[in-house]
Design a protein around this ligand. Sequence first.
Ligand SMILES: CC(C)(COP(=O)(O)OP(=O)(O)OC[C@H]1O[C@@H](n2cnc3c(N)ncnc32)[C@H](O)[C@@H]1OP(=O)(O)O)[C@@H](O)C(=O)NCCC(=O)NCCS
Length: 200
Amino acid sequence: MTLMSYRQLKPEEVERIRDLDRTETIRVGYRMEAGSLQRMDVQWDTPPWHENGGDHSFSAKIRYVKDIIALGGILWGALEGQRLAGMTALVPRLTDTMAHLAWLHVSHGYRCQGIGSRLYADVERLAIESGASHIYVSATPSGSAVGFYTSRGFVVTPSPHPELLAAEPEDIHLVKPLQAFKSSVSQGGRVSSQQDEDVR
Ligand SMILES: CC(C)(COP(=O)(O)OP(=O)(O)OC[C@H]1O[C@@H](n2cnc3c(N)ncnc32)[C@H](O)[C@@H]1OP(=O)(O)O)[C@@H](O)C(=O)NCCC(=O)NCCS
């Protein structure tokens, strides 16, 4: 059995996205209604990305991640041998105090084995090291993505980032306060609550 390794990816390794299979059968979804999260039964069958151009092509995803890199984004990957099994990207500064988890994907055959948790733990550490007090994600409104983030301490933000909300109005916009920041301020500093956090 090949072991999974986790490491920072070089910007040129963005092409490895072609290893990822985004296929997902989604039967639980979420939507925001009057500021609260509503669960719903859905029939969303997400096909794999393809080579034929358009929004759901590999080239569109690679362009998106290159834009993240241009904003100072850091890529982190899970590799089984030479094969990319999962990838995440962190922009350390969405605002002065907020990091942005801009991408997290685990390939279809590799889900529910702890890979997403490990990738997330690695980028959360990077966010803390960069000095961010909070981390933001615009989450796909699927049961798996929303379940993943909420079970890791993210909550719906009352003040979504205007540009990220405009880009993905159907997404669930979530924020998590970062633990290391909370414990450092509890020794004498001041911390704003998650609800106080203004991401504009
Ligand atoms: C969300 C995702 C990154 C999770 O990665 P993963 O490697 O499967 O996650 P792990 O095995 O580390 O952890 C499983 C966790 O995911 C959540 N999860 C997975 N499938 C789920 C489902 N169908 N319903 C609810 N929660 C689910 C659970 O909260 C579970 O957490 P637990 O450890 O507290 O039980 C992965 O499912 C994925 O890439 N999905 C498609 C792309 C996507 O939606 N990305 C997020 C976009 S913002």
